[in-house]
Design a protein around this ligand. Structure first.
Ligand code: CA2
Length: 152
């Protein structure tokens, strides 16, 4: 079977507020900017991006399940669900696609409750605290995993 040339980009709850509040933590880029940055990085490697953002956990789970059909990997910033959601973790491990976990802020330099990620050990790539450019880095690091190349 040929590998689909598509990546699913998932942004979790409240990330639709990017660029409107808390610029000191998250910068001034918007969710649209994040989606463009990710698409540009993917298209440089001949891949397209399907982007989903939702404030509803079930919508994210359904999008992850659907990715089984036509995506080669997942780039996800689960937002606050990172620190709370076994359900999201189970969905990611259940689809058996390579996962890149992204956080815009450095969660390890913030409150202790942000230090634990339920997603961490189901992801093969982690980009933490590199701002919105971290999404492009996540794509670049995910490509060799998707293609099976030794490095990227
Ligand atoms: O640093 C990240 O990317 C986070 O995943 C963002 C989450 C937070 O709960 C995680 O601990 C770290 C929060 C997303 C909310 O984004 C906002 C953006 C602008 C204004 C308000 C919230």
């Amino acid at each position: 079977m040929t590998v689909p040339r598509r990546i699913l980009l998932v942004n979790g709850p409240n990330l639709n507020l990017l660029g409107t509040r808390e610029p000191g933590i998250y910068g001034s880029a918007t969710l649209a900017d994040v989606e463009r940055i990710t698409s540009d990085a993917a298209s440089a490697h001949g891949l397209e991006v399907r982007a989903v953002q939702s404030n509803h956990e079930g919508v994210l789970i359904d999008a992850i399940h659907a990715a089984r059909e036509d995506c080669a990997g997942i780039v996800i910033n689960p937002g606050g669900l990172t620190h709370t959601s076994v359900v999201l973790r189970d969905a990611l491990s259940g689809v058996s696609l390579p996962v890149a976990e992204v956080h815009i802020s450095n969660v390890y330099e913030r409150e202790e409750f942000r230090h634990h990620s339920y997603v961490h050990d189901v992801a093969v790539v982690h980009v933490i605290g590199e701002g919105v450019d971290g999404y492009a880095k996540a794509v670049r690091l995910l490509i060799p995993v998707i293609t099976g190349a030794a490095d990227g």
